[in-house]
Ligand binder design. Structure first.
Ligand code: NAG
Ligand code: NAG
Ligand code: NAG
Ligand code: NAG
Length: 460
């Protein structure tokens, strides 16, 4: 059976198969001549079977190999991707073994984070001010979360909405919801099923609401608490109709055949012919905590942004020494930020980070806002998103320690445990889980590759 499977799937490896057949024939001959020594014969048959099992395992390893995205056709990014894949093929097996929680202070801290995700605080505490009070230079909350985290998430999922309008920020349809206590959230509607695979270039398609939610949890696991809280929220038609501002109502209508409420809003890509409509009178989406204005969010162009034009290459796509130029224009801490972000974006599959935001109020520390172009295609890894990592060959020591701690399946295990608390596993499909683990290994391979080719330590 294994052999048939082999021919079927890998007929180019016929040579090996024939060799096997030959072995089999020899065994049959042995059978005739030495039938008294059936113990030995059985042993040989057993060995041959083992060899076949080994072959199947060996080739099925090939099967999980990664597709290089079609965008990676420029020489610098292409060559780098090849080298990384080479490094991946010889990656130390140790990267597949999980670490015990008791042996790692990072995993113990993540356990505290998990317990903070659960509902803890009830009563009259102003959860939104508590959420804002923990923001500082190190991010939007401590690495272990905050005792208010779970309750705040719950509040964002359930608070009564008093006003709904469209948001003019960005290029895609977004709603701005105002809660009873004046806290605002940005609402990105669900355009796709979670299982839908987005084809095309790395920034193709509309925002993925589940990507926004997953990016929030993944940022916490990776130790970058720099994504504002995101929850899944469901709006119903009546709620939409009753809370919509006059401006929003002008871009809203009820489909006379389906009786569903449709909104097309106002934005760069908003069109009357392309509305988002309720399904069974419900509109699902991601609700994103709106950061207070006092943090003074500032936006800058990302130096590794894409050209967004089919035939136009940017410098980093063709110049392997692009990082030398970056080093003369940015300080080391910011470069290490770009590298952290690159790994985060690579894992979630976001190739659309053309801007980055910093909190001017908190020493210009960086944030990860707008992660909607993630979780598009689980079968494709855009290694060029890692360009800041493999072109600079630097990584923060604490980021590397954390990434290594998450090896051997721990990463997705933790993600699953986190989603279990407030969201459901249905936010993410199995192919995406595999993609997350596979991409972690590609990052390990990139770092190992950098380590090998560098004289100095790449860990900062
Ligand atoms: C109403 O919904 C139906 C079914 O989805 C669709 O074919 C039709 O174009 C919609 N009508 C309008 C005015 O959008
Ligand atoms: C990459 O391509 C650019 C433009 O086509 C060319 O100038 C450069 O020499 C190439 N670099 C390498 C390393 O092949
Ligand atoms: C602020 O940022 C600068 C540059 O990244 C860094 O050198 C400095 O230590 C930071 N200060 C604080 C208080 O975090
Ligand atoms: C690495 O070290 C060797 C010997 O110390 C030196 O000759 C070489 O230039 C170094 N290479 C780099 C890239 O720094």
């Amino acid at each position: 059976m294994y052999i048939v499977y082999l021919i079927f799937k890998y007929d180019f490896k016929n040579v090996l198969f024939l060799k096997n057949l030959y072995l089999f024939r020899i065994i049959m001959l042995n059978l005739r001549c030495y039938y008294r020594y059936y113990c030995i014969i059985l042993l040989i048959i057993f060995l041959v079977l083992c060899f076949n099992v080994y072959l199947v395992l060996f080739f099925s390893r090939d099967e999980t190999s990664i597709k290089i995205a079609p965008t990676v056709k420029y020489n610098a990014t292409y060559l780098a991707a090849q080298n990384i894949l080479k490094s991946l093929r010889i990656l130390d097996k140790d990267f597949e073994l999980p670490i015990k929680t008791s042996q790692s202070s990072i995993l113990r801290e993540i356990n505290i984070l998990l317990s903070n995700l659960k509902l803890k605080i009830n009563g009259d505490i102003d959860l939104y001010s508590s959420t804002i009070n923990v923001i500082n230079e190190n991010g939007l909350m401590p690495l272990y979360g905050s005792p208010y985290l779970g309750s705040t998430i719950n509040l964002l999922k359930t608070s009564k909405i008093i006003k709904t309008c469209y948001s003019i920020k960005g290029t895609q349809l977004k709603l701005l919801l105002t809660f009873e206590n004046k806290q605002e959230v940005l609402f990105k509607p669900k355009w796709y099923l979670e299982s839908e695979v987005i084809h095309g270039n790395v920034y193709a398609g509309k925002d993925r609401y589940n990507g926004e939610i997953l990016a929030f949890y993944i940022s916490l696991i990776l130790g970058f608490p720099r994504v504002p809280i995101v929850v899944k929220r469901i709006l119903d038609s009546t709620e939409l109709q009753e809370t919509a501002t006059i401006g929003l109502k002008k871009t809203m209508y009820i489909n006379s055949t389906t009786k569903e409420t449709c909104i097309y809003g106002k934005c760069y890509y908003c069109k009357r012919e392309d509305p988002i409509c309720t399904k069974s009178l419900r509109l699902e989406g991601a609700a994103i905590f709106y950061l207070p204005s006092f943090i003074n969010l500032k936006q800058y162009l990302h130096p590794w942004r894409r050209s967004y034009k089919e035939n136009q290459r940017t410098r980093w796509e063709t110049d392997n020494n692009f990082c030398d130029y970056i080093k003369t224009n940015y300080d080391l801490e910011r470069i290490l930020d770009f590298i952290d972000i690159a790994m985060f974006d690579f894992i979630i599959g976001n190739g659309d980070r053309h801007l980055y935001e910093v909190m001017e109020r908190f020493n210009n520390s960086i944030l990860l806002i707008d992660n909607g172009k993630s979780f598009g295609n689980p079968y494709e890894d855009n290694i060029d998103i890692l360009a800041p990592l493999y072109q600079c060959c630097l990584i923060r020591q604490k980021t590397w320690d954390r990434l290594k701690t998450l090896k051997g399946g721990k990463f997705t295990e933790i993600l699953q445990n986190m989603l279990d608390v407030h969201e459901t596993i249905s936010l993410i499909t199995l192919p995406h889980y595999y993609a997350l683990e596979r991409r972690m290994k590609i990052i390990y391979a990139s770092v190992v590759m950098c380590q090998k080719k560098s004289n100095e330590s790449i860990f900062k």
